[in-house]
Design a protein. Sequence first.
Length: 383
Amino acid sequence: MELYVHLPFCVKKCRYCDFVSFPGTESRMESYVDALLREAALNRKNCEEAIDTVYWGGGTPSLLPPHLLKKLACGLRSILPIAAVSEWTVEANPGTITPFWLDMALENGVNRLSLGMQAAQDHLLQALGRIHRMEDTLESVRLARKAGFQNLNLDLMFGLPGQSLTDWQHTIQIALLLEPTHISGYGLIPEEGTPLFLDLESGKLALPEVELEREMYDLLLHAMASAGFRQYEISNFALPGFACQHNIGYWIQIPYLGLGLSSASMLSLRRTEDGLYYTRRTNTADLEGYLRSLRDGLLPVASVQNILPGEARFETMMLGLRMNQGIHETDFRRMHHRTLESCFGPRLRMLEGRGLVTFLNGCWRLTREGMDLQNQVLVELMD
Ligand code: SF4
């Protein structure tokens, strides 16, 4: 089982961001940590299995002051079965971490840091509305190394307005010089309603052409391979032994508990002769509503969805095809008590004919073109 904890605090809202995160809510941090611990206690019965990985995402979890970081980590440890966690990631943003915060994180079990570097050009960081500049990334990595963090991810973004291929190449080169164990490279997706989306809509900004964006992705694939990083998912690359186990857990459908604002949980997983059943539960995204529910001793749940075998099979395809290892026929049969052929065979062969998926040694995978056209693949696989 896995544990995700959402920390929704940010210094300022980035111009492309539609995550559940708020600036100017520092005064709510302590109440929020107390609420998270109450939520953990209310979920104790959902965690019969030991938790293998923990991920604190956001928001900007590195904004949590050291004493609250300690309170949250110790509190979770005393409530949930997280004694034998193998990977504990915390997201951090350059410019927000201090030596004391890093020491406190390490002392309390965090062993992986994920740093939002995004780009190496200050003009691009500024256009994205990020609070940091390139020198803050360099300093944050230096501090993390000095504190003793060995497992370090850098998040990078491509397909940005005004970003050239040379900018992107330079960003990758600098990221590699910082010697991370893991790199995530995401194409920008303009989310409706964000300031960046409005600027694109009004013509004030323009995205790179599709061809240039593909070239950027190809550049990333080649640079990662040359540097010894193995691609294990569309956007994720790791040195041997450093793939993110928490994210892999989502893609292979391991149950997870999500705590905090807007977080999702996958619970009550049952394997029957008909296939897989589970429940997806999603928390409210309203900060005051979240705090109020937990003050009243209630779970802050906004929706509960019972996933039936047909939907579970589609989710296996949707999540599994993201991974380079693809979906093995034997794994599919073990999970769903049905053959992959009987569920998706004709549609997979049609996609194979279009060059979007490939079949080798019992495994279906996306081709390079299939990675670009992943949404089309999924539409074809839907019932
Ligand atoms: S730091 Fe991350 S979560 Fe916070 S506003 Fe920026 S993109 Fe959103």
